[in-house]
Design a protein around this ligand. Structure first.
Ligand SMILES: Nc1nc2c(ncn2[C@@H]2O[C@H](COP(=O)(O)OP(=O)(O)OP(=O)(O)O)[C@@H](O)[C@H]2O)c(=O)[nH]1
Ligand SMILES: [Mg+2]
Length: 297
């Protein structure tokens, strides 16, 4: 029996847990079953209690205390421990039917998505045919406020692309917290962020303002507190152009828009997830609940 799931990923504070919580509420309102798996050993507060919590296997606090590790090293240790104890996942997930959407809420440490091979191994384990056989898609969230700063936007897009290539499962890239930027970006410009456009670097509002004012910056002698000055050197601009060109040459990333506090937006993302994993194709027709049946004459 196939199972269906979505792994919610992305940098720290991108809105992953908020999205998971509002997705579960939306599923419940639509009489769908969710199984919430928290894989962030540092997460403390939940709107919906997890059905499975990595903290029941290993506690980040204990790891940091006993092994004298910092929060990031501790997190990597927790994941290595999870990989040695995959029964923890299979025992809980094995009996779930195809009705459930399994939602994995991931931590935000970026190294998990870039250079440590833990996530590809975990994803292979979850999707392995004949075993758990979860039809899984990845939802990679990037904060829309990044689009205000072009360099951050392309760096974030590069990390999304890296996760996409590394995991080899259907992948949705999502600009989260759209409500925070919708009044600041013109619709026409937004399109260029939805499908990353390298010419965005040419009309960076910060750079344009500096050029107009005739400001040239000597990065070597800049005040270390002046972030604008430090991030405006020609080498930094060349690096950003190279990253943007690389993203364009792969032509793999485009974004969906999300405002987690808007139910229609959650519903729209859910329909993309359902399509990616072909959720509806596997569902048995269901009887409507009794109270919805017409009373007999
Ligand atoms: N305005 C707005 N704020 C949001 C949205 N989604 C999340 N937030 C806020 O962003 C902050 C971080 O949200 P989380 O859901 O904890 O982010 P996360 O990605 O799970 O964070 P980590 O697990 O620490 O990596 C919280 O204060 C949320 O209320 C959104 O769509 N719009
Ligand atoms: Mg979280």
């Amino acid at each position: 029996m196939s199972k269906y799931g979505v792994m919610v990923m992305g940098p720290a504070g991108a809105g992953k847990s908020t999205f998971c919580a509002n997705l579960i509420t939306h599923l419940q309102l639509n009489r769908r079953s969710a199984f919430y798996v928290n894989l962030d050993p540092a997460a403390e507060h939940f709107e919906h209690q997890p059905d499975l919590d990595i903290k029941d296997l290993i506690s980040l606090e204990d790891v940091m205390d006993e092994l004298k590790l910092g929060p990031n090293g501790g997190l990597i240790y927790c994941f290595e421990f999870l990989m040695e104890n995959l029964d923890f996942l299979s025992e809980a997930l094995d009996s779930l039917t195809e009705e459930y959407l399994i939602i994995f809420d991931m931590p935000g440490q970026i190294e998990l998505y870039t250079h440590i091979p833990i996530l590809p191994t975990l994803v292979k384990f979850l999707t392995q045919p004949g075993a758990l056989d979860i039809r899984l898609c990845a939802a990679y969230l990037l904060e829309a406020t990044f689009v205000i700063d072009r360099a951050k936007y392309f760096a974030g897009t590069l990390s999304a692309m890296s996760a996409m290539i590394m995991l080899e499962v259907p992948h949705l890239n999502i600009l989260s917290k759209m409500d925070l930027v919708k009044d600041q970006i013109r619709k026409k410009d937004l399109k260029r962020f939805i499908t990353p456009d390298t010419t965005l670097l040419d009309d960076d509002p910060g750079a344009a303002a500096r050029k107009k004012a005739g400001v040239t910056i000597d990065v070597h002698n800049a005040d270390p507190k002046d972030k604008d000055a430090l991030m405006s050197g020609t080498s930094f601009q060349r690096l950003n152009t190279a990253v943007a060109n690389l993203i364009e040459s792969f032509s793999m990333v485009s974004y969906l828009k999300l405002d987690s506090f808007n139910e229609d937006s959650i519903g729209a993302i859910l329909s993309y997830i359902d399509d990616c994993i072909q959720y509806h194709e596997a569902q048995e027709p269901r009887e409507p609940p009794e109270e919805e049946l017409e009373p007999e004459e």
